[in-house]
Ligand binder design. Structure first.
Ligand code: T46
Length: 134
């Protein structure tokens, strides 16, 4: 499984830090949607789905969480623990997010508008589709 991670330049000065993400430059797609998840309760696992079309870039702008990406054959786990680190979740990759710190704010940039039809929320269905494609 080929995974893309990003490390962004921090354009800070004595007043504080700033990171800028530009369409198709720092983010490898046209951004159509932005959402963020926060106040995730202890022990909760989020995500646990794949998308048919959507790709999304995950940035933990505050706190930390772990992300496991799974292509149906291989699983890789990443720690997002700094606002200058990002992880790309491509279409047809199962993703789960967990071990959220209390202060975690996970920012997600996506290249599609929200559409529940784009979600595969059943892992067996995901494996079946992956194996049909192979
Ligand atoms: C992901 C993780 C990190 C919307 O109305 N619009 C949206 O853009 C999204 C993402 C969700 N919703 C609604 C759908 C559900 O009623 O918000 C509710 C919670 O969504 P979901 O159960 O998908 O939440 P998570 O935290 O399990 O997953 C979300 C994203 O869906 C997912 O792509 O990577 O955050």
């Amino acid at each position: 499984m080929q995974i893309q991670t990003y490390k962004y330049e921090i354009k800070g000065d004595e007043r504080g830090s700033l990171i800028a993400l530009e369409n198709n430059i720092d983010v490898p797609f046209n951004i159509k949607r932005v959402f963020y998840i926060y106040d995730t309760l202890d022990g909760v696992v989020r995500g646990t789905h794949a998308h048919f079309l959507t790709q999304q870039l995950l940035v933990c702008v505050k706190g930390s969480c772990k992300v496991t990406l799974d292509d149906g054959k291989t699983k890789k786990t990443f720690l997002l623990d700094a606002p200058d680190k990002a992880l790309l979740q491509k279409p047809m990759i199962w993703g789960k997010m967990y071990d959220f710190s209390d202060d975690c704010v996970l920012l997600v940039l996506a290249d599609q508008l929200y559409d529940e039809e784009d979600y595969i929320r059943d892992y067996d269905k995901f494996l079946k589709i992956i194996n049909e494609v192979d």
